[in-house]
Design a protein around this ligand. Structure first.
Ligand code: AMP
Length: 275
């Protein structure tokens, strides 16, 4: 596996691979890899001749007072996992390599970034779109893989690719969970044992909402109220949002009719968990 820290190193390899007509799959990550990331990587491995994993804690997607400094990092462990999964190249640049002095160019998808996580993280998705655009250009990937756990991010990246005519296919992958239902996340490491136990409430609440919809409940506010009441029973949980939105435009729906996304963000201790 090639370990690349600079953009030029990646580009040199990409030129060779493209000359040979090989397809390239990209899995963008912020590192501290777990089985959720591994599932994306395995899918990329199946679909492509070459797989690139980017491992970069992207500073411009963190707002002031967020967890940029504390975000967990273990590049050695990430390399081991990627080697075991047969990755061709892991790209681990420094922030100064990605953002040169005088960097002033940003990519954003407005309406879709305004709601859900965008309300409490106003610059987040512009940071994501910008780094993802850079990674698409650097790797010239044919396909890129994103998890459905970050459903708003997936929707925004797909829209950006469509609107700006990026020559890449975006593939959404299923949410990988712990046995007790908690979605795997690098941020789960912030939880102590008591908080970890409390965090199972997210999946319990969402499952209840899902059951209500399957049983024919159509009124969003009834479902949202039920999910909130389950979350509120957990003293360690502090709700950021519980929303039912249409899966294309991410706008709140009153009545369930067609494809919807139920998205929640909940603080447990200092961890902000989304599902
Ligand atoms: P991150 O390193 O948290 O930025 O995540 C990198 C990619 O992995 C994103 O596309 C995430 O949606 C995806 N991902 C993170 N956790 C999971 C999970 N539990 N299941 C599936 N995909 C995930």
């Amino acid at each position: 596996m090639i370990i690349a820290h600079t953009i030029n190193e990646v580009k040199e390899h990409v030129i060779e691979w493209k000359k040979k007509g090989l397809s390239i799959g990209l899995v963008p990550t912020m590192g501290y890899l777990h089985e959720g990331h591994a599932s994306l990587i395995k899918k990329a491995r199946t679909d492509n001749d070459i797989v690139i994993v980017s491992d970069f804690v992207n500073p411009i997607q963190f707002g002031a007072g967020e967890d940029l400094e504390d975000y967990p990092r273990d590049f050695e462990a990430d390399c081991k996992l990627c080697t075991s999964l047969g990755i061709d190249l892991i790209f681990n640049p420094n922030p100064s390599e990605m953002y040169l002095k005088g960097f002033h160019s940003y990519v954003g998808v407005d309406t879709l970034s305004a709601g859900l996580c965008g309300k409490s993280r106003p610059i987040h998705f512009n940071g994501v779109c910008t780094v993802v655009s850079k990674l698409f250009n650097i790797t010239e990937a044919n396909r890129a893989y994103f998890g459905k756990k970050d459903a708003q991010q997936l929707c925004i990246v797909k829209r950006m690719v469509r609107d700006l005519n990026f020559n890449i296919e975006i593939i959404g992958c299923p949410i990988i969970r712990e046995e007790d239902g908690l979605a795997k996340s690098s941020r789960n490491t912030y939880l102590n044992a008591t908080e970890r136990a409390a965090a199972t409430i997210l999946h319990k609440a969402l499952t209840k909402g899902e059951d209500m919809i399957r049983n024919g409940e159509k009124k969003s506010h009834t479902i949202i109220n039920e999910i909130k009441s389950i979350l509120e029973k957990e003293p360690l949980a502090r709700i950021d949002y519980v929303e039912l939105v249409d899966s294309d435009e991410l706008q709140p729906v009153d009545t369930i009719n067609g494809g919807i996304l139920c998205a929640i963000a909940v603080y447990i201790g200092k961890a902000r968990l989304i599902d």
